[in-house]
Design a protein around this ligand. Structure first.
Ligand SMILES: Nc1ncnc2c1ncn2[C@@H]1O[C@H](COP(=O)(O)OP(=O)(O)O)[C@@H](O)[C@H]1O
Ligand SMILES: [Mg+2]
Length: 367
């Protein structure tokens, strides 16, 4: 039995704003699901409908085997962490964490045990007597999470909890929430616009755009087999390169023809692309699947695209090359020692076993 289920859930806000359209999703028990997408795509609305802070316009929301449409938030056995820490400034950390349990009339001993257990899990035992203003951003975030842990809810809901932390702390808290999930083994639904958080934290990722769920899968499936151009471009950094061109058949072989250069399609992909022969095609390749020919040992004459180097960005462990190839600009992620000159002409080798083809009209993946 899944812990959270959405069945064809639609949310239309007053003013006819279609925020979420026909969303269906089953979050399994103990699963960590990340909902990711650009601002305004409906992520918060999905979370608020699970929490009961918004009613679905149509469709069903189930939590723990019970349909909860119409059930008020306090009776849904969920806890929500927002990016606004909203700690009570005049209360100590201990009292902030105990507050929700006191409201629910828990025994003092039980409250004490739960607060101390949560503090220990989060490594904030030494902060229990402090007030929020005496804490760093990361510590406050931990207290905010602690307030929800003490309640031992069936489902944790996170809405961009790390978005106002600095970059370094965000990466650190990302690991901590991940560890927290491993430890608590609770069901968690985590909303973010940050694809890196989605990739690193989620058991599964739900990619949304314009109120529509685009794809639900584990991170590597999303990365390796995006169902459409949007998912392919949203997940991954630097993003996938896209080239517009045509499919071309010559001497029985199938090529992607950019116009200024052409690249042979591998046999495994050719069958699915044959129907596009002579037609426009949208070709996708990730920056790490583009190589500088100088650094490739075997010769691969049919996979080469001539390019000009426009910008070289050394990242320490690798180098990003910004290139012009034919009528397109591309980003390649190459080795740390590959430092061509600006305006230098280089030959690029495409790893054709890793590329993607999208229908240029529907933008759906073909292979
Ligand atoms: N209370 C509201 N009333 C009207 N429109 C809203 C309301 N809340 C959100 N929206 C709209 O619904 C869409 C989805 O919003 P939201 O779920 O907050 O997106 P996200 O969290 O992905 O940024 C947006 O177009 C937003 O402007
Ligand atoms: Mg939001």
């Amino acid at each position: 039995m899944s812990q959270v289920t959405l069945r064809n859930v639609t949310k239309i806000y007053p003013g006819n704003v279609l925020a979420v359209k026909e969303a269906s999703l089953a979050v399994e028990n103990h699963e960590f699901v990340v909902v990711v997408g650009p601002s305004g795509c409906g992520k918060t609305t999905v979370l608020r409908m699970i929490a009961g802070l918004e009613e679905a316009t149509s469709g069903e929301v189930w939590i723990g085997g019970r349909m909860v449409n119409g059930v008020p938030p306090k009776d849904r056995d969920i806890a929500m962490v927002f990016h606004i820490y909203a700690l009570y400034p005049h209360m100590t950390v201990y009292d902030n964490m105990a507050f929700g349990l006191k409201l629910r009339s828990y025994q003092r001993k039980e409250i004490d045990a739960r607060v101390k257990e949560a503090a220990q899990i989060l490594g904030i035992e030494h902060l229990l007597a402090r007030k929020p203003k005496e804490l760093s951003g990361g510590e406050r975030q931990r207290v905010a999470v602690g307030r929800t842990i003490v309640r031992k809810p069936l489902v944790f809901l996170f809405d961009e909890p790390l978005s106002n932390l600095d970059a370094k702390l965000r990466v650190q808290m990302r690991t901590e929430i991940h560890k927290l999930h491993l430890r608590l083994k609770s069901t968690m639904v985590y909303v973010t616009h940050d694809q890196a958080e989605a990739m690193t934290m989620g058991d599964r990722i739900v990619v949304m755009k314009d109120g529509l769920i685009q794809q639900v899968a584990d991170p590597m499936t999303i990365y390796d087999h995006p169902v459409n151009k949007f998912v392919a471009s949203f997940i991954g950094n630097p993003p996938m390169n896209f080239l517009r061109g045509r499919m071309l058949r010559q001497s029985g072989k199938l090529y992607f023809d950019e116009g200024r250069f052409k690249i042979k399609v591998i046999d495994e992909m050719a069958a699915k692309l044959a129907a596009y022969t002579g037609k426009p095609m949208l070709f996708g390749i990730r920056p790490e699947d583009i190589y500088d020919k100088l650094f490739v040992s075997e010769s691969v004459p049919e996979n080469i695209a001539p390019a000009t180097v426009e910008v070289v960005e050394p990242m320490g462990s690798e180098v990003y090359l910004y290139l012009r190839a034919g009528s397109h600009t591309l980003i390649a992620r190459v080795g740390a020692h590959d430092r061509p000159e600006i305006n230098q002409d280089i030959d690029l080798v495409f790893d054709m076993s890793q590329v993607h083809f999208f229908d240029p009209d529907t933008e759906q993946a073909i292979v």
